[in-house]
Design a protein around this ligand. Structure first.
Ligand code: PEP
Ligand code: MG
Length: 753
């Protein structure tokens, strides 16, 4: 008899039991008989989690009086170990295992061999299925597989019969857990876990028609391979900064014959397509747990992703959690996200984001910051440790996330939350206070924005204006190129909302990690280094129609007022001139048409490409202002991809290399008409902002949430003292500039966080 046909026989018998009208307990009693019989084992037992312990629910072969009496803690004895580690055990001599715990009431001392598998329900081990035998022999692989398949059927029974209280299962098996991560957007939030890529719950495990299930899997594989082949163009892969490597691994798995074959074998044994995919995945997960290899673990995530994708295809449940809509306060869980994907979520329900990957200056993080959503990144293991619907406390101030918190943890968190709100309220009192330093210099604190709603934070924070309006956000949220009229409307609304405060509009910065499929697919698909590729002004100058439309929209929206326009990624002066010329032409056209023109126009450039710094003097007289985009600038200075999570913490903004560069730029512009500022994320962090003030920067455009803290900081600073110490440090850098500056602050009672 083949492995598949024996497994199928077991499944057929189990199916009959499941379909019968018996009570759940009776069904369990029948299951242990069937398994014991089929695997030729004297003992077969089922342990399920109840009131915090694993209780013997049914047995054949052990003392029947032990049923509902024998209880083991999770992690206690072999059964407890299976559940705690979600692992399969297969032992010739049970008593030789270090975790063996003898329970006299069961009468199990006669049995030597032992095999057990976890019963998994909603991604958690909620019990164990165990067989024992008097002969000291290990069970064969096919027998273990039959056990694992039976355990899957058990989960169906558990679901339908309510044998394990769902809430209890979630809390008791999972228990509270704290995972560290990297703070990407500060803030506190609580809510319930929602996977960006929804997980599929399997309702039917046993197949009615095996051939039909096989066809379903074939079709799903075809579709998945098609998707993988075109994945390069998809936002999910582009925007999240995931590149070739992941794609290659996906391809390897998608075309891996072994994987397909194992799924087919599981179908042969009588499982539905969904159950077969999950069954194989569980098996792989267990095997991987035994291999302690971080490289393999990484690959394992890829296979998980793919397996989940296959499940979604086969069950027809496509789309992200955004398309399904959020129903309550949500903490979104994802491996990585693109900025456009994040923008699809309902801002009222989305309270926080936890990413397995992510880096500080990736655009998804900037978007989240604009949305006021705290983000924790590089949270190792989050995808494995959390289940959909788990309660989550996100503390992105401290850089940790608590899963399934206990009541006490919840109380501590609430207290912190209240404190943080208090601090926010304190900052709010600075709203109408102009940020002068102690020595009397007025610093201009502006906000970075990209959405219409962001402008309301101008009034809330009392910032001096919008120092960077990222116009591409409108393009990112749109399925098609936004028509000129729509652009005009947005810009006009923004100017109206800003009132008499200035707004600096940056022309579209598309490309890099901000892919827009309708614009960029042809070139970006093939780009090896999109951040250094055809993006921002480079793309806009080549797509003149795009820049023309935007120029007209900006000029028309600013009729009768001041227009501040800034070009991103200017690398050489001629690019600035070419972009300005597009505006000049539109202006001339409007004059002919007797349209109302802006009262004044100020043109600026972003300094993001180091090369521009070397030729800045050539732009004197043509440039009204220069804004340093430290996010891109530092990625180019250090040759470190801003979206690559592996490099997220490698280089410090407070490195002498960066600060000397910025210092040189500032010194070079002293006495010129060019108004200098910063608009990268760096300016919104207290220590970094201090360093910038210390080398002569007087205009910071930052994330709205940082305005309060930075204003408070400015009021404590004596610029003369600060610039003296900064020049010393730049001349002779201390071992750590960050440590030196922190010490300097502490000596003066200035908070560094
Ligand atoms: C920058 O690069 O610093 C910047 C402000 O632009 P963005 O983050 O949008 O690329
Ligand atoms: Mg930039």
């Amino acid at each position: 008899m083949t492995a598949a046909s024996s497994a199928r026989q077991i499944l057929t018998r189990l199916h009959e039991v499941m379909a019968s009208r018996s009570q759940p307990q009776r069904k369990l009693d029948q299951v242990v008989e069937i398994i014991g019989d089929s695997l030729d084992s004297e003992v077969c037992s089922i342990y399920l989690l109840r009131d915090g312990a694993l209780e013997l629910f049914a047995t054949r072969g052990l003392n029947p009086d032990a049923v509902h009496v024998t209880r083991l803690g999770v992690g206690e004895g072999l059964v407890g170990t299976i559940v705690a580690n979600v692992e399969t055990l297969n032992l010739a001599e049970a008593a030789a295992h270090p975790d063996f715990a003898y329970r006299p009431e069961t009468g199990e001392d006669r049995f030597h061999s032992f095999a057990g598998v976890p019963i998994i329900y909603r991604e958690r081990a909620v019990g164990a299925l165990v067989v024992q035998h008097a002969d000291p022999r290990r069970y064969e692989a096919v027998e273990i597989e039959a056990l694992q398949t039976t355990a899957m059927v058990m989960s169906e029974l558990i679901a339908h019969a309510g044998l394990v209280d769902e809430e209890q299962a979630l809390v008791e098996d999972g228990g509270p857990r704290i995972l560290p991560g990297l703070t990407l957007v500060k803030g506190l939030a609580s809510g319930y876990a929602v996977f960006h890529q929804p997980r599929i719950t399997i309702d039917q495990v046993v197949a009615e028609d095996i051939e039909a299930e096989r066809q379903r899997v074939y079709r799903a594989f075809d579709k998945m391979r098609e998707q993988i082949d075109t994945l390069g163009a998809q936002a999910e892969f582009r925007d999240g900064g995931e590149h070739e490597e992941v794609l290659e691994t996906y391809k390897m798995f998608a075309y891996d014959e072994g994987w397909g074959r194992r799924i087919n074998e599981a179908i042969d044994s009588g499982l539905t397509a969904e159950a077969a995919i999950e069954r194989v995945q569980q098996h792989t997960r267990m095997r991987m747990r035994q291999i302690d290899d971080p490289l393999l673990a990484d690959r394992m995530h890829d296979l998980e992703d793919l397996s989940n994708r296959l499940l979604r295809i086969v069950s027809g449940q496509l789309g992200t959690a955004a398309t399904q809509g959020l129903r309550r306060d949500t903490i979104l869980i994802a491996r990585n996200l693109g900025p456009a994907e994040l923008l699809e979520y309902d801002r009222r329900r989305l309270k926080g984001v936890v990413l397995q990957e992510g880096s500080l200056t990736a655009h998804v993080v900037i978007v989240a910051r604009a949305m006021g959503v705290p983000v924790l990144g590089r949270c190792e293991g989050i995808l494995r440790q959390v289940a959909e619907g788990d309660e989550i406390l996100l503390d992105a101030d401290k850089g940790a996330v608590t899963l399934r918190p206990s009541q006490a943890m919840g109380e501590v968190f609430d207290a912190r939350f209240a404190k943080s709100r208090e601090r926010q309220a304190q900052y709010a009192t600075l709203r109408d206070v102009e940020p002068f330093t102690r020595c009397g210099t007025r610093i201009h604190v502006m906000i970075n924005a990209g959405l219409r709603d962001d402008i309301s934070t101008l009034a809330m924070t009392g910032a001096d204006g919008v120092g960077l309006f990222r116009t591409e956000f409108q393009f990112l949220v749109s399925a098609t190129l936004p028509a000129r009229e729509r652009q005009t409307r947005l810009y006009r609304d923004v100017l109206d909302a800003a009132g008499d405060k200035p707004v600096v509009f940056r022309t579209v910065d598309i490309g890099g990690d901000k892919a827009v499929p309708y614009l960029t697919s042809e070139a970006l698909e093939r780009e090896e280094n999109p951040a250094m590729g055809w993006r921002a002004l480079r793309l806009a100058l080549d797509r003149e129609g795009l820049l023309k439309a935007q120029a007209r929209a900006l000029l028309e929206a600013s009729a009768g007022r001041q227009l501040n326009v800034m070009f991103p990624m200017v690398s050489e002066p001629w690019e600035f001139d070419a972009a300005k010329q597009v505006f000049d032409e539109q202006l001339a056209f409007m004059k002919v048409r007797r349209k109302q023109l802006p009262e004044t126009i100020r043109y600026g450039a972003m300094l993001e490409v180091p090369a521009l710094a070397e030729v800045l003097e050539q732009l004197v007289g043509r440039l009204s202002f220069l804004s340093v985009g430290t996010n891109d600038l530092t990625q180019f200075l250090f040759a470190a991809d801003r979206a690559n999570p592996k490099l997220a913490e490698r280089y410090d903004w407070l490195s002498p290399a960066i600060l000397r560069f910025l210092d040189r730029v500032a010194k070079g512009l002293v006495g010129s008409e060019i108004d200098l500022g910063i608009c990268g994320e760096m300016g919104g962090r207290r220590l970094e902002a201090l360093a910038l003030l210390g080398i002569g920067y007087r205009r910071l455009s930052i994330t709205p949430a940082a305005v309060g803290p930075i204003k408070e900081l400015i009021r404590k600073v004596d610029l003369k003292e600060l610039s003296t110490v900064m020049s010393e440090w730049l001349l002779r850098p201390p071992p750590s500039l960050r440590a030196a500056l922190t010490e300097w602050c502490e000596a003066r009672g200035i908070d560094t966080e």
